[in-house]
Ligand binder design. Structure first.
Ligand SMILES: Cc1cc2nc3c(=O)[nH]c(=O)nc-3n(C[C@H](O)[C@H](O)[C@H](O)COP(=O)(O)OP(=O)(O)OC[C@H]3O[C@@H](n4cnc5c(N)ncnc54)[C@H](O)[C@@H]3O)c2cc1C
Length: 417
């Protein structure tokens, strides 16, 4: 099964020549005479990827979800499998070891993994939509040749921006970098860094000239063996298998060639990457909500009370229908943001909306799913309660819900004032 998944995932990229001349099938579907297609229309490549990730999630992830959650640890077999199946370099070019696929493909993979385990999903999401994307977009050729094959094939990455005193106000970060000959010396600490316990490759944001404010922020790439210390692994409410750690940098020496995108460009890199990263979190939350729905709804047609299936009571039917509408709206917003990004159009507002709404839907649908399953939904055995615990993070990371609303409001003000 996995071998066939490998065959499906790896060659999903269309030949280079075709990629250059054929726009996304989203807007060129032959099934639709107008040339426009629904947001449920996918290329053959995207559909194949979805099916192969579904198989992988069922075969490899599903049997490990409960233990990983209880032990608060990612199973290394899953990390290894994601690399082997080409899911850790989804948009990276084939010559650098990636699957050379589309952004929407990455979104689909994140969504499908989240249906089974949102922890595995966010690991894949951060690695692809933040770490790989920073390097694909801002690194020079030598840096790309060096780092992207490692990130596609075996080395997990993490994105180190937040600090104890700078969360929503991320650019108030205190980590400093000082030039020392051909090196940079980094001192400071980071907090809440996803993947950092298992990661080998770290993108670190540090200020090289605090007098310039956010314009001093610079992005560096480092490896764990350069001396990055894991200070603390957090114990969390949800996504417990996804590692979240505090890091210390104590005179961490990084070669000058490890600056990504140029000195002082860290602010721009972080802002732009997080804008698109939010579509990944929307996809994670969408998958999570669908996973909870898929687990709980069939149960409502099996469980009988008062002589009939509980799912056939109007009170239940209406709640289920309402949840299905919420899911559909989150799905359309997420896919729409992904397609806008892929088509090179502005997408910041739509990404913020998708992330905000999908995280609301994830909380609401997973909460309802527990209630639909009654007492058993409240036990850890069914796994339904885990979706609800996991959903809470969607309103916090990569910009809290308030920060998304702030972004959306800025666009509205600009348009109307
Ligand atoms: C599990 C987990 C994984 C994470 N992974 C990463 C990672 O990989 N890399 C990384 O760099 N960071 C990561 N983060 C950090 C995450 O992005 C921050 O937690 C988030 O940005 C919020 O910052 P904060 O926790 O400091 O909350 P605060 O910024 O202190 O916010 C607390 C509350 O105040 C509100 N608030 C703050 N400012 C405003 C405002 N201007 N207007 C209205 N309300 C406001 C917020 O909305 C929130 O409700 C992760 C966090 C968690 C919990």
């Amino acid at each position: 099964m996995l071998r066939s998944a490998a065959r499906v995932v790896k060659p999903v990229a269309a030949p280079r020549r075709m990629r250059a001349v054929v726009p996304r099938a989203f807007s060129t579907s032959t099934a639709c005479k107008s040339g426009l297609a629904s947001l449920h229309t996918f290329t053959e490549e995207e559909q194949m990827l979805r099916e192969s990730v579904q198989r992988l999630a069922q075969d490899v992830v599903a049997p490990r979800v409960r233990d990983m959650d209880e032990n608060e640890q990612m199973d290394p077999v899953i990390i290894k499998t994601l690399f082997e199946q080409g899911l850790m370099g989804i948009e990276t070019s084939a010559e650098l070891g990636g699957a050379e696929s589309s952004f929407t493909s990455a979104i689909i993979a994140i969504e499908e993994l989240a249906k089974v385990d949102p922890s595995v999903s966010v690991m894949c999401d951060v690695h692809n939509t933040l770490v790989n994307t920073v390097l694909r977009t801002y690194a020079n050729k030598e840096q790309q040749d060096k780092w992207l094959p490692l990130l596609s094939e075996s080395k997990l990455g993490c994105f180190c921006l937040s600090e104890p005193a700078s969360g929503s106000d991320a650019f108030a970060l205190q980590t400093r970098a000082k030039k020392d000959g051909n090196d940079w010396i980094i001192n400071g600490s980071k907090m809440w860094i996803t993947n950092s316990y298992e990661a080998d490759i770290f993108l670190i944001f540090a200020n090289i000239d605090p007098s310039k404010g956010y314009k001093g922020i610079t992005c560096f790439i480092a490896t764990k063996d350069m001396g990055i210390q894991i200070a603390k692994k957090e114990q969390k409410l949800g996504i417990r298998a996804s590692s979240t750690c505090s890091l210390n940098f104590d005179d961490l020496k990084i070669p000058a060639e490890n600056v990504i995108g140029g000195e002082g460009k860290g602010y721009k890199i972080a802002i732009e990457i997080l804008n698109e990263g939010r579509i990944g979190i929307a996809a994670q939350m969408l998958g999570l909500a669908q996973g909870a729905f898929d687990k709980a709804v069939p149960y409502t047609y099996e469980r009988k009370q008062f002589g009939q299936a509980i799912g056939t009571f109007q009170g239940m039917q209406f709640q289920i229908a309402q949840a299905a509408i919420e899911l559909e709206s989150a799905r359309l917003m997420t896919y729409n943001a992904a397609r806008l990004k892929e088509e090179g159009k502005t997408f910041t507002k739509e990404a913020a909306m998708a992330k905000y709404w999908a995280s609301q839907v994830a909380q609401s649908v997973s909460g309802k799913a527990i209630e639909w399953a009654g007492g058993v939904g409240f036990t850890r055995e069914t796994g339904i309660e885990k979706y609800w615990r996991d959903s809470k993070i969607g309103a916090i990371y990569e910009g809290t819900s308030n920060i998304q609303l702030q972004t959306i409001a800025k666009f509205i003000q600009k348009q109307y004032s």
